[in-house]
Ligand binder design. Structure first.
Ligand SMILES: [Zn+2]
Length: 153
């Protein structure tokens, strides 16, 4: 609960994008127009696959920020979470995309799972737990991403 309050305060005072995301219970939020997703010659998925993931990152940074990325972006690029793979400017509008995710199957896998679970109504801490269960064991790399809330046992 404490974490949720702190996070809420942080979200409401810093990011226009985060506020827009928070105000939307579902997916689409019309309060901010998003730029076209990045085009890169090294893209490994179609725009049809990537656009919803970039949009999800922009609309729900509070969720995706709490998911680690298991590519080498943490040590190589200083990424703190899966959000950094999609957006380089998470603290305000306009959104500036990071083309990194478009070129990386690991970034995409986490975002795709997180989006799907989020849209099924799964809570953030549980999304994180499932992401960890799916990807952490075999992962050589991971971002140092704080957990949504302490483990309760
Ligand atoms: Zn990544």
């Amino acid at each position: 609960m404490r974490v949720a309050i702190v996070l809420f305060a942080w979200v409401t005072t810093t990011a226009v994008v985060a506020v827009a995301g928070r105000s939307s219970a579902g997916h689409r939020d019309v309060t901010q127009q998003l730029p076209a997703i990045p085009r890169t010659p090294d893209a490994i998925y179609s725009e049809a696959v990537m656009a919803p993931l970039y949009e999800f990152a922009a609309r729900h940074p509070e969720t995706i920020r709490q998911m680690p990325c298991f590519c080498s972006c943490g040590s190589r690029l200083g990424h703190r979470s899966n959000l950094d793979c999609f957006i380089t400017s998470d603290s305000g509008a306009p959104v500036v995309w990071n083309p990194h995710a478009a070129e990386c199957q690991y970034c995409v896998a986490v975002a795709r799972d997180a989006k799907q679970l989020f849209e099924s109504g799964v809570a953030t801490a549980e999304i994180r737990r499932r992401i960890e269960a799916t990807y952490a064991a075999g992962a050589k790399y991971r971002t140092n991403t704080p957990h949504p809330e302490p483990e309760v046992r």
